[in-house]
Design a protein around this ligand. Structure first.
Ligand code: 13P
Ligand code: SF4
Length: 349
């Protein structure tokens, strides 16, 4: 029964005690009380790059979700331990593509398209899916580099399978000039390919996954705002649906959203379609601008929010006591194959 201030003081003490042996990362969607103690904050690409660059920290306490901690474990050295303060901090989108479903889809798609497909996976996926992409010549992408990576994929093969977020895949391909009728959806539950146009014209096969946080932004919310507040700029994350991205003024990764609002003139108004903690923090950081969520019910990512002051403090106390909760370790073969996919991305961005 420590007070919040006592807990914060204890975290500061432990950070001082462990010095460079400890590195705390915080994704932009984390709570303020966690971000306060992060040695580095960033979007998923930045956190992947920072984990790779850090060669000295023995303990990387990853304040984000499970797939990010797995990525950090794959990119760091054997003597470095990656810790996720709450094992329940998963990602429902990453869970929408499991490896058995993916291997099955691959076999079925090859029956139709032969060896003409390259797999790309959004980093929001399990280590096993990254390994699948790695061993099949493909790569990972993040929302910051999806366009460049899709362009690269087409230098390798005629078509691509994009896992697991249909919206990021569709939005990115459309911006690169690929019409919707040349995109198909692979439904892993029905185990079938759904396409509107001729099957042979398909260039992009989208996995039927989505982010339940970003799907809560709607065109109706945008229409209402256009009526009530026509000067407000609408900026959304590309995990939002195609219709929402088309109706918005701007779309991009969390990093892009932050930079755009930071550089916007004072007095401008911004409705933001992404996770609540980030939107609230932007509103606090830039009080000279009017920044608010596009959805008035706010849209928290419940799994990101599982990591709080108590979980952070607990995982740090465990480190001090010589125990690790929860270590995230990816086996060697998955790491080696997953790193092929990550490397193909990291050397291009
Ligand atoms: P970025 O950090 O790449 O913008 O992705 C957002 C997200 O949903 C992370 O889970
Ligand atoms: Fe996953 Fe969506 Fe949460 Fe990101 S915001 S961690 S994609 S559920």
């Amino acid at each position: 029964n420590m007070s919040i201030e006592e807990k914060k003081e204890r975290i500061r003490q432990i950070k001082q005690q462990l010095g460079n042996r400890l590195f705390i990362t915080g994704h932009h969607y984390q709570r303020d009380e966690v971000i306060e103690f992060a040695d580095a904050t960033g979007d998923s690409l930045q956190l992947a790059q920072l984990s790779k660059a850090n060669r000295e920290a023995e303990y990387i306490v990853f304040c984000g979700v499970h797939f990010m901690a797995e990525t950090a474990d794959m990119l760091t050295e054997d003597h470095q331990h990656v810790i996720l303060p709450d094992l329940k901090a998963g990602c429902s989108m990453a869970d929408m593509a499991d490896i058995d479903q993916t291997e099955h889809a691959w076999i079925e798609l090859q029956k139709v398209y032969g060896d003409t497909i390259l797999p790309l996976t959004y980093v929001n996926s399990t280590a096993a899916i990254k390994a699948f992409c790695g061993r099949n010549g493909g790569a990972t992408v993040t929302s910051s580099n999806a366009k460049a990576m899709v362009q690269w994929a087409f230098t390798q093969k005629q078509r691509l399978l994009f896992l697991p977020d249909q919206h990021l895949g569709r939005n990115t391909a459309y911006e690169l000039g690929i019409p919707l009728k040349e995109m198909a959806i692979w439904d892993p539950i029905a185990r079938e390919l759904i396409c509107e146009g001729p099957i042979e014209d398909v260039k992009v096969i989208l996995w039927k996954g989505h982010c339940s946080v970003h799907e809560k932004f709607t065109v109706a919310q945008i229409d209402q705002l256009r009526n009530t507040s026509p000067k407000t700029n609408i900026i959304v994350h590309p995990e939002c649906t195609f219709d929402v991205v088309q109706a918005a003024d701007l779309n991009g990764s969390t990093h892009y959203i932050i930079e755009t609002i930071k550089n916007a003139p004072a007095g401008t108004s911004w409705a933001v379609g992404t996770e609540m903690n980030l939107v609230n923090r932007l509103a606090q950081q830039f009080p000279d601008k009017d920044v608010f969520s596009l959805n008035s019910t706010m849209c928290p990512c419940l799994t990101m929010n599982r990591i709080d002051l108590d979980h952070l403090l607990w995982s740090l106390e465990e480190i001090v006591e010589g125990r690790l909760h929860y270590p995230i370790t990816v086996d060697k073969q998955t790491t080696d194959e997953g790193n092929l996919a990550l490397k193909r991305m990291l050397e291009r961005v």
